[in-house]
Design a protein. Structure first.
Length: 648
């Protein structure tokens, strides 16, 4: 069988300046008119809509004339840049079509017709992003027409350096966020506690959530998810026992996704273009924000999943087998995407082994996970997070009935629509759904959207739930562009009608950056700041012995993760057993960053502590209270040991 994605040598990407219809009179007017109209519509909505209508239309018209004049002038400059008469017409056409960078405005028009329009700062950043995209497209097409290209070694040097800089920057921000107590805390602390307890003899036991989120305490994370991938994290945590280690390792894995993305793109494109595709992936909001979000093992799936797709495309069966097995090890629900790869092999009429292996592996993993591992871990308990779908109904039949009867209030809610828009925008919406790979994301999108109206954060673009669909949709967009003939309508549209292969990834980079503009707000900036109460919080943490059981505000929990017994104070009354020697209370509820429904419970905890004779005050200030219960010293919180508190 011939290899469908045979790597091409670098010289094959060197286009001749006089190709693509050099003898024809270029049509430059149409793209400029379309671009001016799109720009004018957006400029009016972004800046001049609040003005009286006549004034707003007048200023918009002036802006449109300025844009049209600029586009026309740059298009006319083709005569200066063209080195051969034969290349003049095509270059003029390409420069005119570069103005179609304004389609970015079109994709973000919905944000400007919403009830609350974006701020002037966001609009200014969006305008700047589109201007930079237009300028970059012009440069790429001029360089192409002049036959100039970056040497392979230089491309690798620039690409790898830029990736290293981006990795260093976001990892530094993630660590900064840790020291600023800005993580929600409970999940990062939970996985740190899992690493600690496993290294000390209890297999992925973490009372922080396992004593809270189930109908009765369980003793392993395998009660919630079948994630053997966590075993691979243990050596790193043993070498550096801190939740920061999990953050750094997670980011290394995320940025290692550059390798399979580069290889997929490089199979059909030049080195420079492949690196641009890499940055288009790394800057996708659902991917980039994972590098500064709480740690979840699910995030690690992007790397083996991308390699599985790459090896599938390259017909490398043994490597494909290893990749899908690693994908399954991340979590039990990865059976959907692995099973889907098997179906895709059938559709593409691959040899039977390509279909049989993923289908059988996914089926066996599902049986092992759902019928053996999870029931064994639960040991008769029930998982409280079933409430993710509780708003849909009490049974599968009632859920289906409610969805069909009233989809607008169950699935097509505003938050879900915004989530889909944010998820699809970085891949130009249409590009990401053309390739069959996109169909593999349907189960995960369905889960996220169905749970989106409930108490879970499945439709928060920063959350780990978006990693799988974002990865699959991006690969779909990439394959849509590189797997088609350059003359196809889809390929031309992805390049905005120009002849530069760099246009498609540059467009996606711009879309990702513009999406980041709209999903990044004051909260994300505030997370990186040192707050006035931070120094005192560190002083309070220094009062807690390394092996003592403790209940604390959840933003402190990652700093206390390496112990057997750990509790979050705003839900302290909900634990089945609460054996804490130390109790840390923050008097300011706003610092807890929890749903308002827990505020009353937190006040009750503060009130009860002040009257509990067993608790000794060891620290008190206008901001913090720290209590100690000597009777709890050395008491185990393993289920069945010590005092049983029961349900509140």
């Amino acid at each position: 069988m011939s290899n469908p994605t045979q790597l091409k040598t670098e010289p094959e990407h060197q286009y001749q300046a006089g190709s693509s219809g050099s003898g024809a009179q270029p049509r430059v007017l149409a793209p400029i008119i379309v671009s001016v109209l799109l720009s004018a519509a957006w400029i009016y909505l972004a800046f001049f809509k609040p003005l009286p209508r006549v004034e707003g239309l007048l200023f918009t018209s002036l802006a449109a004339l300025w844009c049209g004049g600029l586009f026309t002038a740059v298009t006319a400059s083709a005569r200066y840049w063209s080195q051969q008469p034969a290349s003049l017409g095509p270059l003029r056409t390409d420069l005119a079509r570069c103005s179609l960078a304004s389609v970015v405005f079109l994709i973000f028009i919905p944000e400007y017709v919403a009830r609350v329009p974006p701020t002037a700062l966001r609009s200014g950043l969006l305008l700047t992003s589109v201007a930079i995209l237009w300028f970059a497209l012009c440069i790429c097409n001029i360089q192409r027409a002049r036959g100039k290209r970056l040497q392979v070694k230089a491309a690798h040097a620039f690409g790898l350096t830029a990736i290293a800089i981006l990795f260093t920057a976001v990892t530094a921000l993630a660590i900064r966020k840790y020291w600023a107590f800005s993580y929600v805390g409970q999940d990062l602390a939970y996985f740190g506690q899992l690493m600690h307890t496993t290294l000390h003899g209890h297999l992925f036991w973490g009372n922080l959530l396992q004593d809270l989120l189930y109908s009765r305490p369980v003793t392993t994370d395998f009660a919630g998810h079948n994630s053997p991938i966590m075993f691979l994290l243990l050596p790193f945590y043993a070498a550096a026992p801190s939740p920061v280690t999990l953050i750094v390792v997670r980011n290394i894995v995320l940025f290692s996704c550059a390798i399979p993305v580069f290889l997929i793109a490089r199979s059909r494109m030049s080195t420079v273009t492949a690196y641009l595709w890499v940055f288009a992936f790394l800057l996708t909001p659902a991917i980039l924000y994972q590098s500064v979000f709480d740690f979840y093992p699910l995030t690690l799936v992007a790397l083996p999943l991308l390699f599985a797709i790459y090896f599938f495309l390259e017909d490398r069966f043994i490597a494909f087998t290893i990749a899908i097995l690693l994908t399954l090890l991340v979590r039990e629900d990865l059976v959907f995407v692995v099973f889907g790869l098997g179906l895709l092999a059938i559709v593409r009429r691959r040899p039977i082994k390509w279909a049989l292996l993923p289908i059988v592996a996914a089926t066996l993993w599902a049986i092992l996970s759902f019928l053996v591992v999870l029931p064994k871990g639960l040991h008769g308990a029930s998982f409280v997070t079933d409430t993710c779908f509780a708003h849909l109904g009490k049974s599968p039949s009632s859920m289906l009935h409610n969805i069909l009867r009233d989809p607008r209030s169950t699935v097509l809610i505003h938050a879900n629509i915004v989530y889909l828009k944010t998820l699809l925008s970085p891949t130009a919406i249409i590009e990401s759904v053309v390739n069959p790979i996109s169909s593999l994301s349907i189960p995960y999108l369905a889960i996220n959207l169905l749970a989106g109206g409930g108490r879970c954060i499945t439709t928060v673009i920063y959350a780990q739930y978006s990693v799988i669909p974002a990865t699959l949709l991006f690969v779909s967009a990439l394959l849509t562009v590189i797997s088609r003939q350059r003359s196809s309508r889809v390929a031309k549209a992805a390049r905005l009608g120009t002849r530069s292969d760099n246009a498609a990834p540059l467009l996606l980079i711009a879309l990702s950056f513009c999406s980041l503009i709209f999903v990044t707000g004051a909260q994300q900036v505030d997370d990186l700041r040192e707050h006035p109460w931070n120094p005192e919080a560190r002083k309070v943490l220094a009062l807690i012995p390394a092996d003592a059981s403790v209940a604390a505000p959840r933003y402190m929990l990652p700093h206390l993760a390496n112990r057997d017994c750990l509790y979050q104070t705003h839900r302290l009354l909900e634990y089945h057993t609460a054996h804490y020697e130390y109790l840390i209370l923050d008097r300011d509820w706003e610092h807890i960053n929890a749903a308002e429904q827990y505020a009353a419970e937190y006040k009750a905890v503060i009130s009860d502590a002040s009257t509990n004779p067993a608790l000794q005050t060891i620290y008190s200030s206008p901001q913090f209270l720290v209590y100690k219960d000597p009777s709890m010293h050395g008491l185990s919180c393993w289920p069945g040991a010590g005092i049983h508190r029961g349900q509140p």
